[in-house]
Design a protein around this ligand. Structure first.
Ligand SMILES: *[C@@H]1O[C@H](CO)[C@@H](O)[C@H](O)[C@H]1NC(C)=O
Length: 353
């Protein structure tokens, strides 16, 4: 009888087992990307719940004789605040009770982003998490800012989201008066005074289908139908009513937070807020933003960045001009080297309305 010969499969099997890590190494990038990590969503949820629970909100001082409504400025940044000295002049010490400033600074950035001092000393650097463009992390950060500002001061009636690349185009007094301007029609007709949010919301755009399907086909339904998918400005000024609605929101967030299969089609910060408000409150927003941005010759979804050589008083005057009821009050994006010339024309141009 033949003695049993070693199985011819053994070497093949050994080879296969040994090569598994190599096969995995070369194929792992073919797998769909892992879900964007949204760590500790629990504490965000707790924050959002607290901010949307009327029984837990501090009592409003509105109606008492001494206090006036405030504007909450929400800085969303992943670098130092290049224009802090300009903003400091904007937040004139004459009106300390008319604004609050909150900063969400990406804590993973090294060296750490420190409060720049001055007026920003009274600023709240809120508990922050990593932010990354084109991911749900950016939306989460914006909602974190909004929720914190809601809880912090019941007088916060407008919530203006800005970035480190934004500059003011007018004085604080001008911005304040315009935002809280009472519409003469409303007064004449004794209608209930209701402010509107300043957010751009667009329902027709060549990129919409591509952006809508960035997470895969049929993923967004039934919560978000294509017909109700919108594109709009990432930087906006919301009323308190809308701010509260945004932190309460769960339905759309469930879909928008899903990872994108095509990152180049995934600027969800331009879709989440506009889609939500368009569906939720079709009449409560102006349909344009107060933050001027220049999309001419945009590269990789980035708008035009203004550099030192382009700066002049005429640029500021041009950027203010709008075809809407309100002029532009803020503008982006400006490179850090613009600080000096901006400071030089702060009083004579920017804050002269
Ligand atoms: C917008 O950016 C383009 C360059 O991308 C520039 O030529 C143009 O002057 C800018 N428009 C304004 C109003 O600044």
């Amino acid at each position: 009888m033949n003695s049993p010969s070693p199985s011819p499969w053994l070497p093949t099997l050994t080879l296969l087992i040994l090569s598994l890590p190599i096969i995995f190494f070369f194929t792992s990038h073919l797998l769909p990307p892992p879900p964007v990590s949204l760590p500790d969503e629990l504490d965000d949820l707790t924050l959002f719940r607290r901010a949307s629970d009327p029984t837990r909100l501090p009592k409003s001082r509105l109606g008492s004789t001494n206090s006036k409504p405030t504007i909450a400025f929400l800085f969303l940044t992943n670098t130092h605040l290049h224009f802090a000295p300009l903003w400091q002049r904007f937040f004139s010490p004459n009106y300390p009770d008319l604004y609050n400033v909150y900063v969400h600074a990406d804590p993973t950035v090294k060296p750490y982003i420190n409060p720049p001092g001055g007026i920003f000393l009274k600023t709240r650097f809120i508990p922050a998490k990593q932010t990354r463009r084109g991911t749900a992390l950016l939306i989460a950060a914006a909602r974190r800012l909004i929720a914190t500002a809601i809880l912090d001061d019941p007088e916060n009636q407008f919530f203006a989201l800005v970035s480190q690349h934004c500059i003011p185009l007018h004085s604080f007094q001008f911005v304040y008066d315009k935002l809280f301007e009472v519409d003469s029609h409303q007064l004449a007709e004794l209608r209930l005074l209701e402010y509107k949010s300043f957010i751009e919301i667009i329902d027709k755009d060549d990129n919409l289908w591509d952006r809508y399907t960035a997470r895969g086909d049929n993923v967004m339904v039934p919560e978000v139908k294509f017909e109700s998918f919108r594109v709009g400005s990432q930087f906006f000024t919301l009323t308190r009513r809308h701010a509260l609605m945004v932190v309460k929101e769960r339905r759309l967030w469930k879909k928008f937070r899903l990872p994108c299969l095509r990152p180049q089609s995934c600027y969800l910060e331009e879709h989440y807020f506009s889609t939500f408000l368009a569906g939720e409150d079709p009449k409560g927003w102006a349909g344009y933003t107060l933050t001027r941005v220049n999309w001419t010759d945009s590269v990789n979804g980035h708008p035009h960045t203004y550099y030192l050589s382009e700066l002049s008083p005429e640029l500021i005057y041009n950027l203010r001009k709008s075809s809407f009821a309100q002029p532009y009050m803020f503008a982006r994006k400006f490179s850090p080297d613009c600080l000096k010339p901006l400071m030089d024309m702060a009083d004579s141009v920017i804050f002269r309305d």
